[in-house]
Design a protein around this ligand. Structure first.
Ligand code: ADP
Ligand code: MG
Length: 283
C-alpha cells in the first residue's frame, strides 16, 4: 500500500494535479488542479456540462485520466482501483441515487460498512471471534451512531424504494458514512430537494465535519448552500478551473459571473445569490 509522505496537520488531505480527461473528442477536464484541506468543506461548482461529475468520477477512480495525478494523504492514488480508494477513506455518494432499492435502509447502510471490515473471508474462518466482534461493532456503529445522527431511526426497516427522495439521499449519505471515510464526496447532495430538506441536509453536512471530523468535498448547484457552507470553492467551466478561493472572493470574480452569464443562467444566478449575500456587479 502507498505510504503517506507527510502527516503534517496542514498538508492537504486530497490533491488534484493537472487532471485531463477526454471522452473521444470531448475534453471533459483540462489541467484541473486544486487541494482539499483536512477538516474543510470544499465545493466544486460550475454550469451544467462543466465537468463536475467527471471530476468526481476521476477522483474516486471510476474514470482514468489521460494526464495528471490524484493524491490522497500524500500518496499517489491515480492508478488505485475505486474500491481500494474507498477503503483508504475516500467515500462518495452519487448524483443519481445508487442504493439497492429493494433492500431496507439498514441493509443498505450495512453494505457501506462491509467494504471497510478488516476481516476477509479466509481470515474469518480462522478468527471467528474477531469476526464476531467486528459484526457486533458493526451493528453498534450503524444503529447507534449513523442512524441516530441522520435521524433515520423510524425508517431503518423500510425498503428504500418506499422512501421520498430527500430521505433516500440521506440514506445514501448514511451508507457513505458507514465506510468511516476521512473524505466524504457528495455529488449534488441537495439536488431535487425542497427548502426544508435542503436545510436538513446542510445541517448534516456541517455536523459531519464538525462532530465527526470528516472532510467534505461536494459538487453542488445550490449556490446559496455552497456559499453558506464552504470554506473553499472551486469553479469549473468547460472542464477548466476558472476561479477558486473563499466563497466571497469567488462570488465577486468577474470570470465566474461571466461563466454563468455565458451559460444563460443569469436569472438563475441572481436567484441563487439573492438572500444573505450580495454579489458585486450582479445583484
Ligand atoms: N460518459 C461520458 N461519455 C461521453 N461524454 C461524457 C461522459 N460523461 C460526461 N461527458 C461529457 O463531459 C462533459 C462534462 O460532463 P459532466 O462531468 O457530467 O458535467 P457536470 O457534472 O458539470 O454537469 C460534458 O460535455 C459531457 O457531455
Ligand atoms: Mg454532474
Amino acid at each position: 500500500m502507498q505510504q503517506a509522505l507527510s502527516a503534517s496537520a496542514d498538508a492537504p488531505v486530497l490533491q488534484v494535479e493537472a487532471l485531463t480527461l477526454a471522452f473521444g473528442g470531448v475534453k471533459a477536464l483540462t489541467g484541473v488542479g486544486f487541494s482539499v484541506q483536512p477538516g474543510s468543506i470544499t465545493a466544486v461548482i460550475g454550469p451544467n456540462g462543466a465537468g463536475k461529475t467527471s471530476l468526481f468520477n476521476t477522483i474516486s477512480g471510476f474514470y482514468r485520466p489521460s494526464a495528471g495525478r490524484v493524491l490522497f494523504e500524500g500518496a499517489d492514488i491515480t492508478r488505485t482501483p475505486a474500491p481500494q480508494r474507498a477503503k483508504l477513506g475516500l467515500a462518495r455518494s452519487f448524483q443519481n441515487i445508487a442504493l439497492f432499492r429493494g433492500m431496507t435502509v439498514l441493509d443498505n447502510i450495512k453494505l457501506g460498512r462491509h467494504a471497510h471490515l478488516k476481516t476477509n473471508v479466509l481470515e474469518a474462518l480462522f478468527y471467528v471471534g474477531r469476526a464476531r466482534r467486528e459484526e457486533a461493532e458493526l451493528r453498534r456503529d450503524v444503529e447507534e451512531r449513523i442512524i441516530d445522527f441522520l435521524e433515520i431511526d423510524h425508517i431503518r426497516h423500510a425498503p428504500v424504494s418506499a422512501l421520498p427522495y430527500g430521505l433516500q439521499k440521506r440514506v445514501e449519505m448514511a451508507r457513505a458514512l458507514a465506510m468511516q471515510p476521512r473524505v466524504l464526496m457528495l455529488d449534488e447532495p441537495v439536488a431535487g430537494m425542497n427548502r426544508e430538506e435542503t436545510e436538513d441536509m446542510a445541517r448534516f453536512i456541517l455536523d459531519v465535519r464538525d462532530e465527526w471530523g470528516v472532510t467534505v468535498l461536494m459538487v453542488e448547484h445550490d449556490m446559496g448552500m455552497v456559499m453558506d457552507l464552504s470554506d473553499h470553492v472551486v469553479v469549473l467551466n468547460f472542464g477548466q478551473v476558472i476561479a477558486q478561493g473563499a466563497p466571497a472572493q469567488v462570488q465577486a470574480d468577474p470570470e465566474v459571473i461571466r461563466a454563468y452569464l455565458g451559460a444563460g443562467d443569469v436569472g438563475d444566478l441572481r436567484r441563487k445569490l439573492r438572500g444573505e449575500q450580495t454579489v458585486a456587479g450582479v445583484a
